[in-house]
Design a protein around this ligand. Sequence first.
Ligand code: TLP
Length: 348
Amino acid sequence: MRTVDLRSDTVTQPTPAMREAMAKAEVGDDVFGDDPTVNRLQDMAAVLLGKEAGLFVASGTMGNLGAILAHCARGDEVILGNKAHTFLFEAGGISALGGIHSHQVQNRLDGTLALEDIRAAIRPDDAHHPITRLIALENTHNRCGGVYLTKEYTHAVGQLAKEHRLILHLDGARLFNAAVAQGLTAQELAEPADSVSFCLSKALCAPVGSVICGSQEFIQRAHRIRKMLGGGMRQAGVLAAAGIVALETMIDRLADDHARARRLAEGLAGIPGLSIDPGCPQTNMVFCSLDDGVALTAPEVASRLEQFGVKVGAVGARRFRLVTHYWIDDGAVERTVQAFGGIVPVAV
Ligand code: TLP
């Protein structure tokens, strides 16, 4: 029996077409800019996002870190959400490695930062304060439930950034999910941002890698920083080849993952003792919680589910995250609902 792994879309395996493209990839030394497959991926990514240039990096974490280090000097301040992935889950890299100060603004339930909160966080020109340099948004927003930011909201933040001569960086790890869910292009969502990082290795199924996109001049700086971080990957075309297949074939099908997430949420909502987050899911993430009367914790339920071959993320004492992706089919959704149904109601 195949395991149903809903812990994340990072668990996705490369597709057969990706493995074939990887085996056949033409490669060169990418630190010299000589890898034709990496160059092709970077150009494709830049066109898709409507930016001048792209840079292939090892991970989403390296994408955000490299972009923010390319924009900011030591002591500069970044305004970002208190639930931002960069703030919570990237090992404090921007401060540890860049000496960059983070200024957290409360994320609202819809993943946004209130414009008035961003405005209030911008420092006046005063020697006591760090210099505000950058605003970072996340789309889709992971910890806010996989919710998407709209084009209108992103433009409003872009406008505010311009008024204050600030840089806007977008953590678009799942930007294509946000685009497909809204019937928009990724370019429309990325337009107001000076830089965007998106992941190939999540719902798009590639085994490794992310791409940062922005102006030529920004990408040149990011290229040096990638080297500094140890991310110059030489014959990286074997990895980029899978990324090309991802961009060519895996974007439109994200709608299937979103439909399955909705079906999963509907099934789980019918189980006594389990409550789905209101408004969830908007994309490929389902967040749900155990009601007060349930005598098990989320980690306990998760380990019992594993005995039925179902893996889910316990993201708190009573909360779960389930992420749909290419390797989750209708049968896997059904098995998951059945497994929860066999465990939670009997513990009420
Ligand atoms: N998120 C992972 C975990 O780190 C939590 C996941 O399973 O969702 N930005 C966002 C919005 C992300 O969700 C992630 C990964 C990253 C950046 C970092 O990407 P990687 O894992 O490639 O460094």
